[in-house]
Design a protein around this ligand. Structure first.
Ligand code: GLA
Length: 383
């Protein structure tokens, strides 16, 4: 039987709200958000769309065009299905007093590949949160979007069980078209940056899949916490976040920390410094500097943080020799997913052929201009 193509086909009634949210790639600042550092992501196409309608009871019925049906209630514990994300954000919005305590029906159609490191789960949470809020009291104002992002982060940590940072929901909720978002995850101050003219963001999907629920991401956070405690003790001052270690203090820390932990620390501190350098180079239109920073970020993620994977290493290494590529690096948590490259008229065909010959797998790729964050598409009063 073919999958139903619409909300009406699944639930027999019309939806009251539709919302959409983009994916994201991070240009630089990887594994810095949960360490209180800076990140520089952009919202990208393709997007995820959803349609919903509140119910009178506490049931939550979902149908994902890509992942199929799922059903639960507002009260049942997480069950590992994709519906955990919508239920998680609904529970946060209820607890915050933003929406009524009612179940809902939800239809999702996503062009964003799941598990590709493009934040399809944050897109689902943000779109669902924006849709539920709009159906309850009208669309959120721009000034309320950072709070929605925080609630999505809490939903993922407390309900879904993934200890993610703020980067993904923030950029997916708050991005502006044509801009990258420079976010300080400690002060939560954000700045919108324009990339040098004509430079496009190329997303290269290596086809390798591994999700955040798999445990490696949590393991890195635990190592960062151990590094923070060890560095604070050695430096003799309280460190509320690992990014509070200064680059010039790294040398001194090396002798005090166990070598594995020191490498994690070195990645986080240097990566955080690279974000500011990238923003400066971008404003100056200094493409060689941007490229050098992206390659340095990748090497650090590969060697010090150890979250890269062989397909990504291959793509990044080959990208260096392609005219019109101004930097490439793995993006997102790692262990699978995508490489991001900055390109201007680059021909990636030969690289893709070499990849396909080596890994016997296609290398999907597309360019995206930075797009706007989530939005509510249509609204009728709740029946
Ligand atoms: C995932 C998380 C983010 C961030 C990145 C790594 O995408 O959801 O919060 O930690 O990994 O930079």
């Amino acid at each position: 039987m073919p999958a139903p193509e619409s909300f009406e086909a699944c639930f027999a009634l019309a939806p009251t709200v539709a919302a959409e949210a983009p994916g994201r790639v991070n240009l630089i600042g990887e594994h810095t958000d949960y360490n209180g550092g800076c990140v520089l992501p952009v919202a990208i196409e393709p997007v995820l769309r959803l349609w919903l309608r509140y119910r009178e009871d506490r049931r939550v019925r979902g149908h994902s065009r890509e992942q199929g049906p799922a059903e639960a209630t507002l009260d049942s514990p997480r069950d590992g299905s994709w519906l955990d994300y919508p239920r998680g954000i609904a529970l946060q919005l209820i607890a915050a007093g933003r929406i009524p305590e009612r179940g809902f029906d939800l239809f999702v159609a996503s062009e964003l590949p799941a598990g590709a490191g493009l934040s399809s789960s944050a897109a689902l949470e943000v779109a669902c949160g924006a849709g539920l809020a709009a159906a309850a009291g009208g669309p959120l104002r721009d000034s309320e979007l950072p709070e929605l992002a925080q609630l999505c982060r809490l939903a993922e940590r407390e309900f879904v069980g993934v200890p993610c940072g703020i980067m993904d929901p923030y950029v997916i909720a708050c991005a502006q078209p044509g801009r990258a978002t420079l976010l300080d995850c400690d002060s939560m101050r954000a700045k919108q940056l324009e990339l040098p003219a004509g430079l496009e963001v190329c997303i290269i999907d290596t086809g390798e899949r591994r999700g955040l629920r798999d445990g490696d991401y949590r393991a890195r956070q635990e190592e960062c916490e151990a590094a923070r405690c060890a560095a604070a003790e050695f430096l003799g001052r309280p460190l509320e976040r690992l990014c509070a270690v200064l680059p010039r203090e790294l040398g001194a820390c090396e002798a005090a920390l166990e070598p594995g932990l020191y490498r994690r620390l070195r990645h986080v501190v240097r990566e955080n410094a690279r974000v500011a350098e990238f923003a400066t180079a971008s404003a100056a239109g200094d493409l060689p500097a941007l490229a050098a920073l992206m390659y340095a970020s990748h090497a650090s993620l590969r060697d010090d943080y150890q979250v890269s994977w062989s397909r990504a290493d291959f793509v990044v290494e080959r990208a260096r020799d392609v005219p019109g590529v101004f930097g490439a690096r793995m993006t997102g948590a790692g262990f699978g997913g995508c490489v991001v490259a900055l390109v201007r008229g680059a021909d990636l065909e030969p690289l893709a052929s070499a990849f396909e010959a080596k890994f016997k797998a296609p290398l999907l790729r597309w360019n995206s201009r930075p797009v706007a964050g989530a939005r509510v598409l249509s609204l009728r009063s709740v029946a």
